[in-house]
Ligand binder design. Structure first.
Ligand SMILES: Nc1nc2c(c(=O)[nH]1)N[C@H]1C(S)=C(S)[C@@H](COP(=O)(O)OP(=O)(O)OC[C@H]3O[C@@H](n4cnc5c(=O)[nH]c(N)nc54)[C@H](O)[C@@H]3O)O[C@H]1N2
Ligand SMILES: Nc1nc2c(c(=O)[nH]1)N[C@H]1C(S)=C(S)[C@@H](COP(=O)(O)OP(=O)(O)OC[C@H]3O[C@@H](n4cnc5c(=O)[nH]c(N)nc54)[C@H](O)[C@@H]3O)O[C@H]1N2
Ligand SMILES: [Mo]
Length: 693
């Protein structure tokens, strides 16, 4: 039983070298690839991914819708019939409304590989066809991507996990590295640091597996209020003389203005731990202790997750995290961090990839508002009127906030097509569904979760009836007269060989056999050159320094210095709902597979204090309501969530009974009103009421 080098290729936070084992012609098991070494490891979703391959509900026939959208009424057709129809509809929309009327919902499914990449392929195909309306920033990290360049001149603000060996204190701020991954070695290196006696502090409203298995301390914070907590930490650091004045002098711009604000010299509000406690629910003594430990341990690696910026005012949390690391002199320092999002946020290893080609259509809409853009169009101030939706590797009807709105958007479009493996909620609303292959059924190269490349070899033949996304697009390209441009006359194998040849890999055979190629440097960190010589290597900011005061940012309608921007719950909807990731799912993927569902049954986490107040007993059905909708689901009464906060893990598939969602699909109650100025997601700022059902 020898394993075949394999990677999942998902937008999952990981990127891991695995081995797939085949028995009787079927994938029977997936294990770690020992060539990854001691630290680079897979996770349960990878180890159990054969369940996706072998799932009984895999789609194997092209489908054309026959009943109302969402009804599930489709007829099975031949590939020829389905492809002809989509090609005809694409030509029609192009002719009647122009290419801008096509919305590109390609992406997130398989986005880490060089060829079978749902984002790159959708772009390449649609751009060669004359273009499509694109999207800017994503669900994941819009506020971070928008904000960091103002502070640091770049979003490339990460570090390699092996550099954690130099840290003296690790703070995981809204960062669930155990359940969510963030590269395939981060968890291992933090465990290693812990064994060395390094303290690991976790800050989360919820006791995750990170809190329970890695954390030495769990600091609870109300979602959406991290900015206040960070400001109070800085307040203590300033008052206790624990800020690094020499570092600030040399590397930081605008600290004085921020300091004045933190001390309340500009607005009369001293941002003390007592002040913060009222906003963020964290006891003032805990804040004081956190600040003292932070200020006295150097280097400190502050690891922020993306959750802190997926809230109203998330941009400010990003700014404050960088401000804290700047004030303590931890940016650009071995074992420190920038405070910005870190994972795979360094120049990635050189390797070729299928070119996305320039998009002749210039119109774009914010990802978080794609449904608003379809529904409102030009009348609502969006740049285009969308008529056609091309879905390639996303399940945005379920994953976008406000499911009812998303359904309405799909209903409004004249035509939609999805490439899918399963009948997701999005596919259910499309006119044509093309059944596609899995990563087990194709060969690819992938950028790993760290400074390495992975080779993933086809493990089993394709299921009868399915095609690769690439093949489907080739067959459409042929019908639309763009086949030569699309393939450049190359086969899939020729593309892959070309991409490897464009990398630094010399021994290609060894790479293919081992499945992994490790970059020479495994302990990189951003901004080390700037720290070494700030005159020679200034940051790409107006001051050339770490820019805490920013006129440019203020021009986007925010404050020039980081400041608290959050919204409070109200009496009607007093509970703060968080909708984080499940350890057993990649977003909505795996929900339909029994084994994964049983490992993480969908329930509403609620603290005993809030449950008692409402007469709710563990296991009982409750009704969650927000202005966007209602969900009926079982309650899980637990101390693992702080009072005032409830949690429903994202990704459950929706099912409506009358007007109530009954499977716990989180976006039935979330809103598409974004955080500004980034137009980013705010899925952790959702206020709800919970009652006995
Ligand atoms: N298992 C799994 N892992 C994944 C993914 C997946 O689908 N499944 N998806 C990947 C992708 S695409 C992304 S973008 C990343 C997302 O990574 P994140 O955005 O960091 O992930 P979340 O799970 O939303 O939240 C992480 C933790 O933050 C807590 N939290 C929520 N709100 C707040 C807050 O306001 N403040 C603080 N301090 N904590 C808060 C949550 O309780 C949760 O434990 O994860 C990646 N990893
Ligand atoms: N409430 C709430 N909502 C959230 C989040 C949250 O934290 N809370 N997180 C948000 C985040 S960070 C993200 S990134 C988005 C993710 O949103 P999506 O990307 O829509 O998430 P998935 O459910 O992973 O959907 C990917 C789909 O692509 C399909 N797929 C996988 N591989 C391939 C392939 O190779 N080819 C094709 N054609 N299809 C493929 C899968 O079957 C799956 O249906 O969700 C966002 N939504
Ligand atoms: Mo994401």
């Amino acid at each position: 039983m020898t394993g075949i080098p394999f990677t999942c290729n998902l937008d999952c936070g990981g990127g891991c070298p695995l081995l797939a084992i085949v028995k009787d012609g079927k994938v029977s098991k997936v294990i770690d690839n020992p060539a990854g070494g001691e630290y680079i490891k897979g996770c349960v979703r990878g180890y159990q991914s054969h369940r996706i391959q072998n799932a009984p509900d895999r789609l194997t026939k092209p489908l054309i819708r026959t009943g109302p959208r969402g009804s599930g009424e489709f007829k099975e057709v031949t590939w020829k019939e389905a492809l002809d129809l989509v090609a005809e509809k694409l030509s029609e929309v192009k002719e009647k409304h122009g290419n801008e009327a096509i919305l590109n919902l390609g992406g997130s499914g398989a986005i880490m590989s060089v060829l079978h990449n749902t984002k790159r392929l959708a772009n390449r195909f649609l751009h060669l066809f004359g273009g499509a309306t694109g999207r800017w920033l994503g669900y994941s990290s819009a506020a971070n991507m928008f904000t960091l360049p103002y502070l640091l001149g770049t979003v490339q603000a990460g570090f390699d996990p092996a550099s954690l060996k130099h840290s003296n204190l690790i703070i995981l701020w809204g960062s669930n590295v155990v359940d969510n991954r963030f590269g395939s070695a981060t968890e291992s290196w933090i465990r290693d640091a812990k064994r060395r006696g390094v303290k690991v502090i976790t800050i989360d409203p919820r006791a995750t597996n990170t809190v329970k298995t890695l954390g030495d301390q769990w600091i609870k914070v109300l979602p959406g209020t991290d900015t206040a907590l960070m400001m109070a930490v800085l307040n203590v650091l300033i008052k206790e003389d624990l800020v690094d004045r020499a570092y600030i002098e040399k590397y930081v711009y605008g600290f004085k203005e921020l300091e004045n604000h933190i001390l309340g010299l500009d607005d009369g509000v001293d941002k003390t731990p007592e002040w913060a406690e009222k906003v963020c629910g964290t006891p003032s003594e805990t804040i004081m202790q956190l600040a003292l430990e932070y200020g006295n341990a150097k280097p400190t690696c502050l690891i922020t997750g993306l959750a802190i910026q997926r809230v109203i005012g998330g941009e400010e949390a990003v700014r404050m995290a960088v401000s804290l690391q700047a004030a303590t002199g931890n940016i650009g320092v071995e074992g420190g961090s920038s405070g910005g999002y870190f994972s795979n946020m360094l120049p990635s290893m050189k390797v070729g990839a299928i070119d996305t080609m320039p998009n002749p259509v210039k119109a774009t809409v914010p990802t978080y508002e794609w449904a608003d853009a379809i529904i409102q169009g030009k009348k609502g101030g969006y740049p285009v009127d969308i008529k056609f939706v091309y879905v390639l590797g996303t399940n945005y009807l379920n994953q976008g906030s406000d499911i009812k709105k998303n359904k309405e958007a799909f209903e409004k479009a004249d035509f939609s097509v999805a490439h899918e493996r399963f009948m997701t909620a999005t596919a259910l609303h499309c006119d044509v569904v093309f059944p596609v292959s899995t990563s087990f059924e194709r060969t690819d190269v992938m950028k790993g979760g760290g400074n390495f490349l992975l080779y993933s070899k086809q493990v089993v033949p394709k299921l009868d009836g399915v095609k690769h996304d690439y093949e489907i697009l080739c067959q459409l390209a042929e019908r639309l007269g763009i086949i030569e441009e699309f393939t450049e006359g190359k086969t899939e194998a020729e593309w892959i060989d070309q991409f490897i040849a464009e990398s630094e890999i010399e021994d290609v055979e060894e790479f293919k056999e081992k499945g992994i190629y490790l970059g020479k440097e495994q302990e990189r960190g951003a901004f080390t050159d700037f720290i070494e010589d700030p005159d020679k290597y200034p940051l790409d900011t107006p001051s050339g320094k770490i820019q805490l005061y920013s006129e440019e940012f203020a021009m986007k309608g925010a404050s020039p210095i980081p400041t608290l921007r959050s919204i409070k719950p109200n009496t009607e909807n007093p509970l703060r709902l968080v909708t984080p990731k499940s350890r057993y799912r990649t977003h909505s993927q795996n929900y339909n597979i029994k084994w994964f569902q049983e490992m993480d049954p969908q329930k509403l986490w609620i603290n005993p204090v809030d449950a008692v107040e409402r007469g709710i007993i563990d296991g009982e059905r409750v009704l969650i309501s927000s202005p966007q909708g209602k969900i009926r689901i079982e309650a899980f009464v637990t101390e693992d969530i702080m009072p005032g906060v409830v949690c429903l893990l994202e990704g459950a598939w929706p099912k409506y009974e009358d007007d109530i969602e009954v499977q716990g699909s989180a976006n039935a109650v979330t809103s598409t009103r974004p955080t500004l100025p980034s137009h980013g997601s705010r899925t952790h700022t959702v206020y709800v009421q919970v009652k006995k059902a």
